[in-house]
Design a protein around this ligand. Structure first.
Ligand code: 23J
Ligand code: MN
Length: 257
């Protein structure tokens, strides 16, 4: 059997399962809130154009608007100043091969349940590799925190001194890029960086180092608890927005049972 025939029969038999890692686009879903001196991310909006009525007797449709960085979304290299000169750094220029590939999941859910500012460190990555083997080159690395199960104000977890949510240290993200040459890094929180990521050196190290190295980000992922640590295949294809720095998208994983 050809490779694709095997995939198709696996999908038909249930031997290959599709897991949806996407939140529903909804005006109530939180967006990142930056300090007030900066421009802000727009929430998802939807207006009815017609609903089988005098505005269109046989059809229903909506006009929608949002930020490139609203809901479950992809970050391109051009999103960050460090990546502004990366070749093919906007969503419309990234080669399509980058949108399908291997994915590993580092389970930080226990630590994140105990500490809102939980940090993914090189030591945690080393422990994961001793259990699961070396992170393969050109893989997506997803940080599971179960943050996607939070609702309302708990999701951004804003306090007087800003948001508190887990994320990687600068050392961890540099290790993944420099020593493992990953394709990208994804999280269940509103950013690839920790809520308090502005206080690292450099500020927002995941954005700074990933995009400077031509790597990608995924944010606001869901259902990471349904993925194996290794062996799944991720499908994450952003909208083809001219000069777009990111895009909401449907993120799917193929998992062999
Ligand atoms: C702009 C500034 C800081 C951050 C972000 C955007 C994001 O997290 C994003 O959605 O890319 S941290
Ligand atoms: Mn983003």
């Amino acid at each position: 059997m050809s490779t694709l025939n095997m995939l198709v029969s696996g999908l038909a038999s249930g031997a290959v399962r599709i897991v949806d890692l996407t939140h529903t686009l909804d005006p109530d879903f939180p967006v990142i809130v930056l300090p007030p001196e900066f421009g802000q991310c727009a929430r998802f909006r939807m207006e009815e154009v017609s609903a089988y009525d005098h505005r269109g007797p046989a059809w229903k449709w909506h006009n929608i608007s949002m930020s490139e960085h609203t809901g479950t979304h992809f970050d391109a290299p051009s999103h960050w100043i460090s990546g502004k000169d990366v070749p093919n750094g906007s969503v419309d220029e990234i080669p399509a091969e980058a949108f399908v590939g291997p994915v590993v999941v580092i389970d930080c859910s226990k630590g994140a349940a105990e500490n809102d500012d939980f940090e993914l460190t090189p030591e945690i990555i080393a422990g994961w590799e001793s259990d699961h083997g070396r992170i393969p080159a050109d893989a997506w690395v997803l940080m599971r925190t179960d943050w996607s199960k939070r609702r309302g104000a708990e999701y951004l977890n804003m306090r007087a001194d800003g948001p508190h949510s887990p994320g990687p240290t600068p050392e961890a993200i540099r290790f993944l890029i420099e020593e493992r040459n990953i394709r990208g890094f994804g999280t269940e929180t509103v950013g690839t960086d920790a809520g308090q990521g502005a206080h690292y050196v450099p500020p927002y190290p995941a954005h700074y180092f990933l995009h400077g190295a031509g790597k990608y980000g995924l944010q606001c992922l869901a259902n990471l608890d349904q993925l194996p640590a290794t062996g799944a295949v991720l499908i994450a294809a952003p909208l083809k927005i001219k000069n777009g720095t990111g895009s909401p998208l449907r993120v799917l994983a193929m998992v062999a049972e």
